[in-house]
Design a protein around this ligand. Structure first.
Ligand code: ADE
Length: 235
């Protein structure tokens, strides 16, 4: 087993890289992959950069060049559900795009539907979801939630935009990489899960809250990812 771990920003992966042992770094297509052991588990950690294309590229490289068997996406997200507060965790049951819109060519293409694909949302691996949920509950009991993650190349920071995404996807949180990672992992038949900590409420307060809570939320999420690696290593 080898775990591929992807975070968009340095703050989302720095703590993980620091706690890795037997590290070797390798650059592929401009991204630095740090391979070693995380809590005893063979792992490769990469900062992919923001957005869907950066994220998908790193999943493909993890599959092609590093032979990972499982993929975890760790990072922060905006909350789409009133029950989720800043610092809470969302574990993906599924992930989908909120900015894939082709209904003008065929009404069957609802928001999120990629023409030609048999799924609207990409299902996370049930075993990884269980492990991530249990890891999140061990880090912060009672603050982990399982549900849909909605991704797009947009930082969501107003109520109207937020409401539209809720109506289109029913997601618990929004961010900018999860569905692309899910899509690419799904096509490679590699099990994945997205783990996100809430940094803001994806509304008019997001521009203030995000810079304030980004680092705290990202570190908590990395803690969950580390706990999950430990659980996998101990299995
Ligand atoms: N990541 C963290 N907060 C976000 C937001 N409000 N929109 C998109 N990505 C995010």
């Amino acid at each position: 087993m080898k775990l591929g771990i992807i975070g968009a920003m340095d703050v989302e992966v720095a703590a993980l890289k620091e706690s890795m042992t037997a590290k070797v770094e390798r650059t592929v297509a401009g991204s630095v992959y740090c391979e070693g052991r995380l809590e005893g588990m063979p792992a490769v950690v990469v900062q992919c950069g923001v957005g869907k294309v950066n994220a998908a590229m790193c999943v493909q490289a993890l599959c092609d060049h590093f032979g990972v068997t499982h993929i975890v996406n760790t990072g922060v997200a905006g909350s789409l559900d009133a029950k989720l507060d800043i610092g809470d965790f969302v574990i993906s049951r599924e992930a989908m795009y909120h900015d894939f819109k082709c209904s003008s060519i065929n009404p069957a293409y609802v928001v999120g539907q990629v023409p030609g694909l048999p799924v609207l949302a990409f299902p996370a691996d049930a075993g990884l979801v269980r492990m991530a949920f249990s890891a999140a509950n061990s880090v912060c009991p009672g603050h982990a939630h399982i549900g849909m993650v909605a991704s797009g190349d947009q930082f969501v920071s107003n109520k109207k935009q937020k409401q539209a995404i809720i109506e289109d996807t029913g997601a618990l949180c929004t961010e900018m990489e999860g569905a692309a990672i899910a899509h690419c992992a799904w096509r490679n038949e590699v099990p994945f899960v997205v783990i996100r900590a809430i940094s803001d409420k994806a509304d008019d307060s997001a521009e203030m809250d995000y810079p304030t809570f980004e680092a705290i939320a990202a570190k908590r999420c990395a803690e969950v990812t580390r706990a999950m690696a430990k659980a996998m290593a101990d299995k």
